[in-house]
Design a protein around this ligand. Structure first.
Ligand SMILES: Nc1ncnc2c1ncn2[C@@H]1O[C@H](COP(=O)(O)OP(=O)(O)OP(=O)(O)O)[C@@H](O)[C@H]1O
Length: 287
């Protein structure tokens, strides 16, 4: 199994893309959900945050008041660093736990493939995607090859159990960089700025100025796209984005990067079984 970090910008389409991966049967971990989970009352990070920042960061029900905490660390690098040193190890631990659960669970990806057939029967020929760094022409070639790739996705023999890769949805993957080293692949859900602005204004009912301020507060999406190994260009029609997701899923499924960990675990288990066998033979009296 290997990890795939997925990120993007505000309203660039991350949640929409994640939904497609889920429909394809992929394992997805939302790191934002984990970050909220580990600071709940009763967890070590909650206690340490209260020790470090005082009870004024608490709501009446004992939950962390994220707004107050956010204001406290705003423009305060030392305090932000302190908060990160409290939360990041807990987030990492939880993330690894969730990943391990997926490692143990069987794959649903061979059984649930509702999206790909729908895409294949779509009568519309896919428009050319104008991606970054000349990706547009390559993307359209790949889109043309979708049919053969789909066959590989859906008809691959059930030669393995467990997920080959897990997607981690990490909004600040490139900003904090903390989790980058664990990712075998990085994916950015990109869309051009005008489209991002229009979608953000529409979705959040914002005026242009407020929407622009929110976009400006983030690392530019173009920079994130340059740092990523894969870019899903969501500037165009949704059907085009869905096809890109199917292609990327097929590429990741074909990758052999899942093998080292699986072989390592299998070798470890075999070694353990051998050891137990030898111990039993030595300790039990022979008949
Ligand atoms: N290709 C598309 N065509 C039209 N609308 C789209 C497309 N992709 C996404 N949208 C719309 O744009 C909005 C933003 O998408 P989405 O919520 O998936 O983005 P996000 O990156 O998860 O946003 P955030 O991080 O701000 O929560 C939504 O209203 C969604 O329906």
């Amino acid at each position: 199994m290997f990890l795939v970090g997925l990120t993007g910008g505000i309203a660039s389409g991350k949640s929409s893309v994640i939904q497609v991966f889920q429909q394809l049967g992929c394992a997805v971990i939302d790191v934002d959900v984990i970050a909220r989970h580990v600071v709940q009352p009763g967890y070590p990070a909650h206690r340490r945050i209260v020790e470090a920042f005082g009870t004024e960061v608490l709501l009446e029900n004992g939950d962390i008041n994220r707004k107050v905490l956010g204001d406290l660390i705003f423009n305060q690098p030392d305090r932000r660093h302190l908060l990160n040193t409290i939360t990041h190890p807990e987030i990492r631990k939880e993330m690894m736990k969730e990943t391990f659960k997926y490692f143990l669970r069987g794959s649903r990806s061979r059984r649930t493939q509702p999206l790909a057939p729908a895409l294949l029967t779509s009568p519309a020929s896919p428009p050319v995607v104008q991606g970054l760094h000349g990706r547009g022409s390559r993307t359209s070639q790949l889109l043309g090859a979708l049919t053969s790739i789909h066959v590989q996705v859906s008809e691959a023999p059930p030669a393995f159990q467990g997920y080959r890769y897990v997607i981690l949805d990490i909004p600040l993957l490139f900003e904090t960089k903390q989790l980058l080293k664990y990712m075998a692949h990085t994916v950015v859900v990109y869309c051009d700025r005008d489209t991002q602005l229009a979608r953000l204004m529409q979705r959040n009912h914002l005026n242009r100025q407020d929407a622009e301020a929110r976009i400006e507060a983030q690392l530019p999406l173009k920079d994130k796209a340059r740092m990523a190994r894969h870019v899903l260009d969501n500037s165009g029609e949704w059907s085009v984005t869905k096809r890109q997701v199917v292609l990327l899923h097929a590429e990741l499924e074909r990758s052999l990067e899942y093998l080292p960990l699986r072989l390592g675990v299998l070798t470890g288990l075999a070694g353990l079984a051998g050891l137990l066998y030898l111990l039993t033979r030595c300790l039990l009296p022979s008949p």
